[in-house]
Design a binder for this molecule. Structure first.
Ligand code: ASP
Length: 324
């Protein structure tokens, strides 16, 4: 047999083996990395979806929280993991903003990952500690302008959704404020409840229970319309911040080079999870909804990431705020 034919036969054999190897995927536990602390909004979304996908895949998906550096540590961890379908990343809009905010990242955002699909788009709320003086958003703006050196804004680090929302808020009111970074807004919420920080912008998947329980003060939602769960809470636009809208989209990624059989199965399991009654009703209670089925696909997430990098790049460059 010529060398060429031998190589051809070996390649065909390897391909056949790879197909067989992944026909039974998944055969063991899958790790879902959440790049923020446990108990926060991204973690909440991940655990609901992971639980449902586990049922469909017949293997446990275990959530691992790798917080720090605005989500870039967790993303980096997945970028360098084995591309075998057993490590996945659930990340949000920060995947796109970090690509510009960090001039040096340990991974190449557009080339280090393959895609599974979009999960949900979560509105944010502008909230404060319960006893914070201002009564409404206009009052809040006046107050923070007058006390800009002492008012503290919690966020989950540069690249986090809370950072983006806070940055947009400060730029809308043309007032820089003191920021306090955490590894996630789960621990930031603990400090907001304890009165150690003043204000925060965070996903409804973290703030809903506290707003409804009256343990924090809410000023506005960042969605274009009011939310059914908070009919009395105005949108930021209604309350005085024209065009202030932020939606925190979430997606699931795998390391680049993951076999298509694995990503296809993950994507199919994601589609089912987004129709799971428990996921749909828990999402609704938390002010959000699953992404449409057509978006729970690799192509839709890839297109979203690319368009969002392009959308936020000029905004971040104009703000001139970089992590490094
Ligand atoms: N809400 C956080 C953020 O600002 C992330 C988290 O803790 O889930 O991105």
């Amino acid at each position: 047999m010529s060398l060429f034919r031998t190589l051809l036969a070996a390649t065909a054999l390897a391909a056949a083996f790879a197909t067989t190897a992944y026909a039974d995927y998944p055969e063991r536990t899958i790790t879902m990395v959440v790049p923020f602390s446990a108990g926060g909004p991204t973690d909440t979304v991940a655990r609901l979806v992971a639980e449902s996908m586990s049922k469909d895949l017949g293997q446990q998906i275990v959530v691992e929280n790798v917080g720090g550096a605005g989500g870039t540590l967790g993303a980096g961890r997945v970028a360098s993991a084995d591309a075998d379908g057993y490590t996945v990343l659930l990340h949000h809009i920060g995947m796109a903003t970090s690509a510009t905010l960090y001039r040096k990242l340990a991974y190449d955002t557009l080339n280090a990952f393959d895609y599974v699909g979009l999960v949900t788009e979560v509105p944010m709320t502008i909230v404060a500690r319960k006893d914070f003086e201002p009564a409404d958003l206009k009052g809040l703006i006046d107050y923070v302008k007058a006390n800009k050196d002492t008012v503290t804004v919690a966020n989950a680090g540069i690249g986090a959704a809370s950072h983006l929302c806070g940055m947009l808020f400060m730029s809308a009111i043309e007032t820089p404020l003191v920021t306090v970074p955490y590894k996630g807004t789960g621990p930031a919420m603990t400090d907001l409840l304890g009165g150690q920080v003043d204000i925060m912008c965070d996903q409804t998947t973290n703030t809903t229970k506290q707003i409804q329980g009256g343990t924090i003060k809410a000023y506005a939602v960042t969605s274009p319309e009011r939310l059914a769960i908070f009919p009395d809470l105005p949108t930021a636009a209604e309350a005085g911040l024209k065009d202030f809208q932020v939606g925190i989209w979430h997606g699931i990624y795998v390391p680049k080079g993951t076999p298509a059989e694995a990503t296809d199965k993950l994507s199919a399991a994601l589609k089912k999870a987004l129709k799971d009654e428990n996921v749909v009703s828990r999402f609704a209670e938390l002010g959000t909804a699953p992404s449409p089925e057509a978006d729970a696909t690799p192509a839709a997430l890839k297109a979203k990431l690319e368009s969002e990098i392009a959308r936020w790049k000029p905004v971040i460059e104009a703000a001139g705020q970089y992590a490094d």
